[in-house]
Design a protein around this ligand. Structure first.
Ligand code: MN
Length: 737
């Protein structure tokens, strides 16, 4: 490259930089200009000699990104500085610490966020989801990270031409997958549309071109039509002394393409290529009235389609969009969309988030939809434990949402995702309300948790302290707030139960005199065929694994030590002695499931005994003890020829008929509650109620019931049944002393 070219380039850089400053100027304060200059100089120096794929000096890119931030998003100094520096840490020797020293913490944080976004898994598909997630995580720090990232992405899309084909496709599809929806959700309509159009350009080149051509060819005709259509409106609006601006706007190429796809028609047959936009300049207080006044003027000339009225003035979209849309019949018999809005609304519609903040101070509105959404996203991000791919899916579902408008009992308006249910609404109020939600009164009528909300519903949530979240709930919520709330609630439940389980296990270990080492829980978990310690503790807490089964664990560890010796048994007496020694019983009967765990035993494959069968143990040579049924075809021979090797054996369940246990029942007192409780107990098989005492002070029911019951599993079953009795809140086992 020769000197003249280099000089030209340098001039071009300075020209671009000056343009940036010119656009930023109106809102620069104090030392802002100096700071921008400093950032520009640092970026120049850092990227010195670097070139983009197109051959341009690299510095073109950060300056262009900064330009988009100012001109198209309306961001201020911090973002301009961040945009100028956005690739410095990633691509040059500068570190975040250097940025912090020179430009302070805020800029350093934003740059750090931007660097992290591009740093992760940029080539692996699976990394992509994680990458997106990282990006969204930066939302919890500063929304400007996303805004600068969107500007960065937009410029990359604009300069995609010089990229190789596979990169074009990759970048374009990422853009349509996440960045355009994100821009949409942040209210950046212009950027969203351009991203979508550029995606089309690189993925459906021919269609893209044909649409452009068609727009070009029909321009003259369209302009004439728009002039005629707007003429009477212009006159009337002037007559009313409005400050206004009317324009005909061609819709985005992408949206035209969507129509073609949806209706399966060529571009020539898409008749509503454009919309008429009327922008009025009025003080905030008169906005609504004026918009409707304009609507009234428009419909004086053209008949509106009653099905196509969209009032986002009274109720803005969740992303902050405000506008009044109607579709009217023109004199030539064509439907024309007319959008009526104020200058402020138009600014917000075009520039979204940043413009929204610009107007914030001047409005008296409460928290806007956009702010609420960002707060929600933050909450979701902070609470989420789902994997990256799942998370991005959930987040994306949240981006493209239609809305349903409902009211609280006090008449406050809430905007929820379309398809939301009672439960979504409850979680929208507060996580605690969601977790305790029983149902709701909608327009005074009782509805269940899964009732799908309709526009205009007035909803009063009914809660109960008894209520607990369940897995089922996940099936009928649509908002991510509810989803993560339920998942969290379930996890809390599980944790509480696991804590109870831990208590039980520790007590049992103490009782069994098993030393509790750090590895004990892990070993126990493995012993019960599980992988997670909490899973094991949860099962104990839930009663799925009974404490007595822990003894098997002890026995198994003893068995491990004894097995080799036992393999050498030759006589039943040796085993009897061991049993007497270990259990202190002199009956020398082996109880399968208990004592026999001490020794190496197997069920004989010739007769496969099952619990309840009459059985005996047979001491084999080298293979420990085998359990046979007395009716086994081999039993006659074994019993007659090898009597000295035969051992008396019984199933453990035959050992004791039943044991005594107590249940404590707490609930809200109601007529017939005792009756219901006792009926359930007496209907239970093999349960005898020994005593019952009931206390019903202050509307609270407290009962103690002592029973004779077969085993603990049965007791747990019974407790669950009792818990389901209406009014019963809690059933707990009374601890044995
Ligand atoms: Mn960049």
């Amino acid at each position: 490259m020769d000197t003249i070219q280099l000089e030209e380039e340098n001039k071009e850089i300075i020209r671009k930089y000056r343009k940036l400053l010119r656009h930023a100027k109106p809102f620069l304060k104090d030392d802002d200009a100096k700071l921008i200059r400093k950032a520009f100089n640092l970026s120049m120096e850092a990227h010195e000699g670097m070139r983009r794929k197109s051959g341009e000096p690299y510095i073109f890119h950060p300056v262009a990104v900064a330009q988009i931030c100012v001109e198209e998003i309306g961001l201020g100094t911090t973002s301009i500085v961040s945009a100028l520096l956005h690739d410095v840490v990633e691509d040059t020797d500068y570190e975040v610490e250097d940025i912090q020293r020179e430009f302070g913490k805020k800029v350093a944080q934003i740059i750090d966020g931007l660097t992290k976004i591009s740093g992760v898994g940029s080539n692996a598909d699976s990394g992509q989801a994680e990458n997106f997630r990282k990006m969204l995580l930066t939302l919890s720090h500063d929304v400007r990270v996303i805004l600068v990232k969107l500007a960065d992405r937009l410029h990359n899309m604009r300069t995609l031409d010089s990229m190789p084909r596979h990169k074009q496709l990759k970048i374009a599809s990422e853009t349509i997958f996440l960045y355009a929806p994100l821009a949409h959700r942040l209210g950046l309509y212009a950027i969203k549309s351009e991203m979508e159009d550029l995606h089309l350009k690189y993925t459906h080149e021919e269609v893209y071109q044909s649409i452009i051509d068609n727009i070009q060819v029909t321009k003259e005709f369209r302009d004439r039509f728009i002039r005629r259509f707007t003429r009477p409106l212009q006159q009337d609006l002037s007559l009313h002394n409005f400050k206004f601006n009317i324009k005909g706007r061609v819709k985005s190429i992408h949206s035209i393409w969507e129509k073609m796809e949806k209706q399966d028609i060529p571009v020539e047959e898409v008749f509503d290529l454009f919309a008429i936009r009327i922008i009025v300049d009025v003080p905030l207080a008169q906005e609504k009235a004026v918009c409707w006044q304009v609507y009234s003027i428009v419909t004086d000339y053209y008949k509106p389609n009653p099905d196509r009225l969209r009032d986002w003035v009274s109720t803005p979209k969740a992303n902050g969009y405000e506008s009044l849309h109607t579709t009217v019949m023109s004199r030539t018999g064509k439907w024309v969309e007319v959008q009526i809005r104020t200058k402020r609304m138009d600014d917000i519609a075009e520039k979204g988030y940043a413009a929204h903040w610009k107007y914030k101070d001047s409005t008296t509105r409460k928290k806007s939809g956009l702010e609420t959404w960002i707060a929600e996203v933050r909450e979701l991000l902070e609470n989420t434990e789902s994997n990256a791919a799942e998370f991005v899916d959930e987040f994306k579902a949240n981006l493209y949402q239609d809305e349903v408008f409902v009211f609280t009992p006090k008449g406050d308006l809430k905007t929820l995702q379309n398809g939301s249910t009672t439960l979504d609404f409850a979680f929208d109020i507060h996580t605690e309300v969601g977790l305790k939600c029983l149902g709701a009164k909608v327009n005074q009528k009782l509805v269940p948790l899964n009732y799908v909300l309709q526009n205009g519903d007035q909803i009063e949530i009914l809660t109960s302290t008894k209520q607990k979240p369940s897995e089922d709930w996940l099936r009928f919520v649509v908002t991510s707030k509810a989803r993560s709330g339920i998942k969290h609630g379930l996890k809390d439940e599980t944790r509480k139960i696991a804590e109870d389980g831990k208590e039980i296990v520790l007590r049992k270990l103490k009782q069994l005199k098993i030393e509790h080492k750090t590895s004990t829980f892990t070993e126990l978990t493995k012993f019960f065929g599980l992988t997670q310690v909490t899973d094991f503790l949860y099962r104990v807490g839930k009663g799925i694994i009974e404490p007595k089964e822990i003894k098997k664990f002890k026995d198994a560890s003893i068995e491990k030590k004894l097995v080799p010796k036992h393999k050498n048994w030759t006589d039943a007496k040796q085993v009897s002695k061991l049993i007497t020694k270990e259990t202190g019983r002199a009956d020398s009967i082996l109880f399968i499931g208990e004592d026999l765990d001490l020794v190496d035993y197997k069920f004989a494959s010739c007769c496969s005994p099952i619990p309840g069968d009459d059985v005996f143990g047979f001491v084999t040579i080298g293979e420990g003890i085998k359990i046979h049924r007395t009716t086994c075809p081999n039993s006659a021979e074994l019993l007659s020829k090898h009597g000295h090797r035969v051992l008396k054996a019984k199933w453990e369940s035959e050992k004791k008929e039943s044991f005594e246990a107590g249940l404590e029942i707490i609930g809200t007192d109601r007529l017939g509650l005792i009756n219901d409780v006792t009926r359930i107990i007496s209907n239970e098989h093999k349960v005898n109620m020994k005593s019952i005492t009931v206390d019903t002070d202050t509307g609270i029911f407290e009962g103690k019931i002592f029973l004779c019951i077969k085993d603990k599993a049965h007791l747990a079953q019974l407790a669950t049944k009792l818990e389901n009795v209406e009014g019963v809140v809690k059933v707990t086992r009374i601890k044995e002393d």
